[in-house]
Design a protein around this ligand. Structure first.
Ligand SMILES: *Cc1c(COP(=O)(O)O)cnc(C)c1O
Length: 384
């Protein structure tokens, strides 16, 4: 079988498990190292920093290489993956690899909040101006590109409000004009949206979410095309980024089951979202698989399914509703096996948010009927 013949679940199971890395074990073990010992001064001088070459702890060991390689294999057309100690670092570092003082960045108005903060604070001080665009801009992006525009930062669906973008359309326009595209692909993962094949130059995962899958590790990954990977990895090492082997190992451990987990997240989230839609205390349900979600047509055209995160408009007191839930945790992040609820307040400069008083749910791996009963009880309590 050539790699191209293999399905995604097979690549997920096999990826990065080279025999020379795992020896007779199923999984490459946790190899902890700072110093790597060389046999001679000549060998030391001959060594170059590269994934797959034991050189210094910063470049990692088989534990990190296995995760990076497995993630690369999920993105046909990609040259490699750089790992980071958080999803946020996996966004900020590629931006620094691509942008120079004097450049302009076009960023989606639906971008993850801390990413917006980085653009408006650090990048602005660094001399890069960020202009936000409406996530539904589509081919209208062409009119926003100026002669200083160096990069476009996409996120689809967008954080909190779930607008799905025309990623292939925007990337095709950008590539023709020599502009680099970066995508935060955390919601879909490469299983639901292979980004490099869609024309993205650098695709980013907060691996903290579905790759880890168990709410116990912070991790990020940026996977890039051959035109961008070497520079990205070099800048990452220049900035001193590395991931601990223990965290990388947890990432690989989570990755092996990501396909089956995502299927269950999808099925349960659709069931819960469908039920919510018919409740009198619920307004709009923002789920990319629903026809009234902004950008739904793009989702239908480009995605292989949906995951477990969506938002809805609550007609009632959000804090009381969320506090009243028993099975949903209250806290940041998502993508683990457990359900979560969060009141959210999207910040927008190009338009208003699609609905007020939003609650975001992450649907975990509990029985969906139990989640629905829990939500139903808390909704009913709002009426009393
Ligand atoms: C959580 C998240 C991030 C950041 O990941 P961390 O690992 O928490 O730093 C980035 N993008 C999106 C869409 C996220 O939901």
């Amino acid at each position: 079988m050539t790699d191209r013949d293999k399905g995604k679940a097979t690549r997920l199971v096999e990826g990065g498990r080279r025999k020379e890395w795992r020896r007779r074990l199923v999984n490459p073990p946790v190899e902890r190292a700072s110093t790597i010992l060389f046999d001679s001064v000549a060998d030391l001088h001959a060594s170059r920093p590269a994934l797959g070459t034991y050189r210094y702890g910063l470049q990692g060991t088989a534990t990190q290489w296995a995760l990076a390689e497995a993630l690369t294999e999920l993105e046909p057309g990609a040259a490699g993956t750089a790992l980071y100690s958080s999803g946020l670092a996996a966004i900020t570092t590629p931006l620094l690899a691509v942008l120079e003082p004097g450049d302009e960045l076009l960023a989606t108005d639906s971008v993850y909040g801390p990413t917006r903060r980085f653009c408006d604070s650090f990048l602005s001080r660094y001399g890069v101006a960020t202009r936000y665009y409406d996530p539904l801009v589509g081919s209208g992006i062409a009119d926003l590109i100026g002669n200083r525009t160096r990069a476009i930062l996409l996120e689809s669906p967008g954080s909190l409000t779930m607008e799905v973008q025309d990623v292939p359309g925007i990337c095709a326009i950008a590539r023709k004009r020599g502009i680099v595209t970066l995508l935060d692909n955390t919601w879909a993962t490469p299983l639901l949206f292979p980004a490099i094949a869609a024309g993205v130059d650098i695709t980013v995962l907060a691996a903290t979410k579905y790759v880890g899958g168990h709410a116990d590790v912070m991790l990020g990954a940026a996977t890039a095309t051959p035109d961008h990977y070497d520079r990205l990895q070099e800048i990452s090492w220049d900035l001193g980024h590395c991931v601990s082997p223990d965290d990388a190992w947890l990432g690989s451990r989570g990755l092996r089951t990501m396909a089956v987990r995502l299927k269950q997240h999808e099925e349960s989230a659709l069931k819960v979202a469908d039920w919510l839609k018919s409740q009198p205390q619920v307004g709009r349900v923002l789920h990319p698989a629903f026809s009234d979600c902004p950008g739904h047509e793009q989702w239908k055209r480009d995605f292989h399914g949906s995951s477990g995160l969506f938002s809805f408009e609550l007609k009632g007191a959000r804090a009381a509703f969320i506090d009243g839930l028993e099975l949903f945790g209250i806290g940041y992040s998502w993508g683990g096996y457990e359900s979560l609820a969060l009141p959210i307040s999207p910040y927008r400069t190009t338009s208003t948010a699609p609905a007020p008083n939003l609650v975001r749910l992450h649907i975990g791996l509990e029985d969906p009927d139990d989640l629905i009963a829990d939500l139903g009880e808390s909704l009913a309590a709002l009426e009393r």
